[in-house]
Write a new protein. Structure first.
Lengths: 473, 172
């Protein structure tokens, strides 16, 4: 008789999900699935709204990464308007997006992942949380909280609100940066750099303890996708997409948002409300790929800032080609943060950052537009169609978590097969299976969107587990 | 690092969920009517997140403002708050006042000399921007109590913070 192990809810994630592991009569893992059980549907209820409302509407998808949604949405609107935003506005958006990345990564690393990393995968689950980290390593707890505040404070200074700021609009931003705000942010840079260095040093000291986990935490060859500048440095807000294969060979380069909509497909599975993105030329699921910090560092030749570049050199020594184990997302996340803080300082020292030309205006000049930005978790794409009056007739969002969905499911299966043997498991083993998902830092609220007819299956099972009836709608 | 303040007013709630918005409403009322008090800082949030621990650690007193679902609708209560000794039910996006005090002490070694929670009992938390009738009636009482409390906390006689002799939060 088969057995099923259910982990519900999967803890320390953004949103609600569950994992189902099905065992054979011999107790071996047959299948493992990561289910996203919530559904939202922003694409559907945005239909009929004026396109210029989309950034502020779409930002409500997420309280962690609203800035990425603002920017991707504004860029899609700017494609509809056929405008190029002024240089100072582009620089200010870059800073806002980096500030968000820092605060989001601080949440992921310090609040969600560090209990496993600093206290151990087998540690008492009652203490395996941020309070436990604070008790064991108060200096890292303070660093995490300070980095969250650093990012949130910049967002609040620029956008007036730390969550769902309305400053980014189609055409640019609503107002220029005041010199006093620039000086306030610059004053915070040294402490932020010291805090992320502290975390990087702590991580590198303990990483070797996790060699067994590195081997089986979604460690397999895959494609990688992310934004990159022309000089092959990492990009978050501008640039174009690069896709590489498992050997590091470039499959796509200079890919813009329009090309993305042509070559990226989305599959649906009956067990999850999150879609499964794939690279169409390779089909589904062979064309599945990974995005996010690991992918960004794998596709970039350089970070473009001195401290982060030195860390990138060390990171690339982890493998002879692209780094494949998803455990290294944690390490990549810290390098992202280091880069973000350095880059914010560089942006603030650009004399044009205080320029008052921050907005371009236009009406509808195209009936379709797409925009791309890097969210903390990976590439984010918004694609809209409008009528002649600028009202939304169709919208589709491709979210980072959907692009990592297949890799997360493969990773859960890989870890389950390694840790669950002969039907026996311990709490520490199950925590490791959850921890595989945490490496990706998925945002489940972001990831559940309507696309055509989403399957909802209701199964009626007998006491013995036999399927009696099933309704699918 | 936040500047030290005499009294930190920390409101929590969602103005789109009817009586849940009473904390932010009281914070706005304080902004309009009592901001002239020396050393008063007012923060209003949808959720109380761990980052607020640092603000709390740098305040000589803290007054939490929230709605309550465990008291009678419209009832206005002012209660002292102690740091929690347990972290059960911990969430990364929302902590309650005892957990925030616990975190402030564990991270920064200090907590405010006085911590209070002012609540108004909720009658309805539906998707609506107007308060229920009974909470609406309670607002003048809540505002008056808020004003008296802020005036007292902004003029506490003792000197500024000393490190807490107590140990960090007990883990259960």
């Amino acid at each position: 008789m088969t057995q099923t192990i259910t982990i519900d809810p999967v803890t320390r994630l953004e949103g609600h999900g569950k994992i189902t592991i099905r065992l054979s009569p011999e107790g071996q893992v047959e299948t493992a699935q990561f289910h996203v059980t919530q559904v939202r549907g922003f694409e559907k209820f945005s239909e009929g709204r004026p396109f210029y409302e989309m950034p502020s509407l779409m930002a409500r998808i997420c309280g962690i990464c609203p800035v990425s949604h603002l920017i991707a949405s504004a860029k899609a609107c700017e494609a509809i308007m056929s405008v190029r935003i002024p240089y100072p506005a582009a620089q200010l958006r870059r800073m806002l997006n980096l500030a968000q990345m820092v605060q989001s990564h601080a949440l992921s690393f310090f609040y969600l992942a560090s209990p496993d990393l600093l206290l151990g995968m087998e540690s008492d689950p009652a203490n395996r949380h941020i309070f436990g980290v604070v008790a064991a390593k108060p200096e890292l707890g303070r660093a995490g909280i300070a980095l969250r505040r650093f990012g949130q404070y910049i967002i609040e200074l620029l956008g007036d609100k730390r969550i769902h700021p309305g400053w980014v609009i189609p055409g640019g931003v609503t107002e220029p940066l005041a010199p006093a705000k620039r000086d306030q942010i610059l004053a915070m840079i040294p402490e932020a750099l010291a805090n992320v260095r502290l975390a990087l040093d702590a991580y590198k000291q303990i990483a070797d303890q996790f060699r067994p986990e590195i081997e089986v935490f979604a460690n397999f060859p895959s494609l990688f996708l992310g934004l990159i500048h022309e000089d092959e440095s990492i990009a978050f807000t501008d640039g174009e997409l690069r896709m590489i294969d498992p050997s590091g060979a470039i499959l796509e380069d200079g890919m813009n948002a329009t090309r993305f909509t042509q070559v990226i497909g989305e599959a649906v599975e009956p067990y999850s409300y999150t879609k499964f993105a794939y690279y169409k030329p390779l089909g589904y699921p062979e064309g599945s790929y990974r995005v996010g910090p690991l992918a960004r560092l794998n596709i970039a030749r350089t970070m473009g800032t001195p401290l982060a570049d030195a860390e990138l050199v060390l990171f690339k020594q982890l493998a002879s080609g692209p780094v494949q184990s998803s455990f290294h997302y944690h390490h990549a996340r810290l390098i992202d943060m280091l880069f973000g803080i350095e880059k914010i300082e560089l942006l603030l020292n650009d004399p044009l950052i205080l320029d008052h030309h921050v907005r371009a205006t236009a009406g509808v000049n195209q009936l379709e537009g797409a925009g791309i930005a890097e969210a903390p978790r990976g590439t984010l794409m918004h694609n809209y169609k409008v009528d002649e009056n600028g009202k939304i007739t169709w919208a589709n969002l491709v979210i980072a978590t959907g692009q990592n969905n297949n890799a997360m499911n493969r990773g859960v299966l890989q870890a389950a097969r390694h840790y669950v043997r002969d039907g026996k498991f311990t709490e520490g083993m199950l925590n490791r299976i959850e921890a595989v998902v945490r490496t990706f830092d998925p945002c489940l609220s972001c990831s559940t969107h309507a696309f055509g007819q989403m399957p909802l299956a209701v199964s009626l099972l007998s006491a013995e587990g036999r399927l009696l009836d099933q309704a699918i709608r | 690092m936040p500047a030290p303040v005499q009294c930190l007013l920390l409101a929590c709630g969602n103005a789109l969920r009817q009586d849940d918005g009473v904390g932010p409403w009281l914070a706005d009322w304080a902004l309009d009517n009592i901001l002239s008090e020396p050393g008063l800082r007012i923060l209003s949030r949808h959720q109380w997140a761990p980052e607020l621990a640092e603000d709390i650690a740098h305040a000589r007193s803290v007054l939490f403002l929230d709605t309550s679902t465990s008291t009678l609708p419209g009832q206005v209560l002012l209660l002292p708050v102690k740091p929690s000794s347990t972290v059960q039910g911990l969430a990364t996006h929302h902590l309650d006042p005892p957990q925030l005090l616990c975190l402030a002490r564990a991270l920064y070694g200090v907590i405010p000399e006085e911590a209070l929670l002012l609540t108004v009992g909720a009658a309805s938390l539906e998707f609506q921007q107007d308060f229920s009738a009974i909470v609406h009636e309670a607002l003048p009482r809540a505002s008056e109590l808020l004003q008296q409390t802020i005036q007292r906390l902004c003029h506490l006689p003792k000197p500024v913070l000393a490190p807490s002799p107590e140990s960090p939060c007990q883990q259960i």
